[in-house]
Design a protein around this ligand. Sequence first.
Ligand code: AMP
Ligand code: MG
Length: 351
Amino acid sequence: MDGYAVRCEDLGGSPPPIMKLVGESLAGHPYEGELAISECVRIFTGAMLPTGLDCVAIQENCSVDGTEVRLLENVSCGANVRPTGHDILKGEPVVETGKVISAFDVGWLAACGITHVNVVRKTRVALFSTGDELADPGNELGRGQIYDANRYALTQLLNELPVEIVDLGILPDDPERIERAMLQAGDSCDVLLTSGGVSVGDADFVKDVIRKIGQLEIWRLNLKPGKPLAFGRIGDALFFGLPGNPVSTIVTFLLMVKPALLALSGAESHEPPSFTAILEQPIRHKPGREEYQRGRLRRIDEQTLVDVTGDQSSNRLATFSEADCLIKIPKTCGDLTVGSSVCVLPFSGLV
Ligand code: AMP
Ligand code: MG
């Protein structure tokens, strides 16, 4: 702090003695002289404490006349000083294995003068959309076409993770083209992420190709949205075949793919945070499938309320744009009335 560096041993007594000012210590410019009994040094925030002195009397509590400094209040040993090793002791770990290095950790590593740390290499994630109807934004839509939303949403979600994205674009509903792309991705990437083509339609070829060139380990979850999700392997690569409907794609990415990608990058697993909120609107739900609706939270009178963001059909990206959480509806649950307690997963912990 800004004030006078003194030795607490020289103080004592009431009123404290008058100290003799012999120099100054500024941030980056330490006072290097030796100090005799009852000598003090003008000091400023960020400056090093001169050798032999052990506390700082803040300037508001001192009266100064030339080189005479009178302390108006006593100071205790170590007062107003940040000791060496206050933040971390020598030999203590800065960042433990398994922790995702945050902006805070980077600051702390820098503060410790550490320039290099061992990290897990980025997971290579190949990504493509499937569908004869898809076109990239920026192009004219042909008859019966829609824009590819999933690859763009997934790319943005992946950008937040320690992954390298290999964008394989849009593939038509052509099993040969899909097979070639999957073999290429299986050879060169750690994870293959696709959307569309995993349902039961005649043009849903993705899971058939996986069955042919790899292993389909899971197909279909008791989940809404996201029922047709497929999971498997091609060689050493993991395969996630996400459903085509954009809401299903995003929800299954958040719930299944993101934790897997974090685990692959060495991060210790953790459940996304969740808490209880009070429903502001009824939700219709037939027991049978676990469901995740998009919700908007607000705090009123110490209570956390949650509102559903309109029609929850799985094609409606609009349900996400206003949302800040997923509302979890357990599979055994029936219709929920206004005022029911529900479990919510805030996007701040999910996305
Ligand atoms: P699919 O699982 O391929 O049958 O697709 C289910 C629905 O999602 C269909 O209406 C598709 O047109 C739509 N869909 C599939 N992929 C995408 C995508 N990348 N972007 C937007 N909609 C999609
Ligand atoms: Mg399709």
